[in-house]
Design a protein around this ligand. Structure first.
Ligand code: FES
Length: 158
C-alpha cells in the first residue's frame, strides 16, 4: 500500500485525461506529470501508486520516470535549472553559461543552494538544439542564451 495519493484536484484531472485514451496504460506520462505537479518530484511511493492506478508494474513506471530527464526523482530547489551539455549547446557556448551559473549560485551539477531556492543539473539534449544553448528553468525553456542573458535571468530570480 502506498502513502501517496492524488489530491482531489489531480484525481479529477486524472479521470478527465483518462477519457482521452482508449488504453489506460497511455496514462503513464500524464500521470507522472500530475505527480510532479503535485509534489514537485516523483517518489518511489508515488510510482507504486501509479503502477497500481494504471495497471502496470512498478518497474514499468520506474523505467519511464528514470528515462526522461524532465522528471525529478528527488526534491529540487524552488528554481530547478537544467543546462543542456550536448553537442549543439556545447558548440554554441554552454560552457560559459555553466560558468555563470556556478559562479552566481555557488552550486555545481546535482547540488541545491542552502536556502533551497536553486538547484542545478547538467543534462543531455533538451530537444531545442536549433536554439542552443538552452536551459530549462522548471518547465520553461530559455534559448539562445548568452552569459549576459543567464546572468540577468538569475538576477531576476534572486
Ligand atoms: S544539444 Fe542542447 S538542446 Fe539539443
Amino acid at each position: 500500500m502506498s502513502e501517496f495519493c492524488f489530491s482531489k484536484e489531480n484525481e479529477k484531472k486524472f479521470n478527465e485525461l483518462k477519457k482521452r485514451y482508449p488504453d489506460i496504460k497511455a496514462m503513464m506520462l500524464p500521470s507522472l506529470w500530475l505527480v510532479q505537479e503535485q509534489e514537485g518530484w516523483i517518489s518511489l511511493d508515488a510510482m507504486k501508486f501509479l503502477a497500481k492506478k494504471i495497471g502496470v508494474s512498478k518497474a514499468d513506471v520506474y523505467s519511464v520516470a528514470t528515462f526522461y530527464t524532465m522528471f525529478k526523482l528527488e526534491l529540487k530547489g524552488k528554481y530547478h535549472i537544467s543546462l543542456c551539455k550536448t553537442a549543439s549547446c556545447k558548440l554554441r557556448g554552454s560552457k560559459k553559461i555553466r560558468e555563470v551559473i556556478i559562479e552566481k549560485l555557488g552550486i555545481k551539477h546535482g547540488e541545491t543552494t542552502k536556502d533551497g531556492k536553486f538547484s542545478f543539473e547538467e543534462v543531455e539534449c533538451l530537444g531545442a538544439c536549433g536554439n542552443a544553448p538552452v536551459i530549462s528553468l522548471n518547465d520553461e525553456y530559455f534559448e539562445n542564451l548568452t552569459p549576459k542573458k543567464i546572468e540577468e535571468l538569475l538576477d531576476r530570480l534572486e
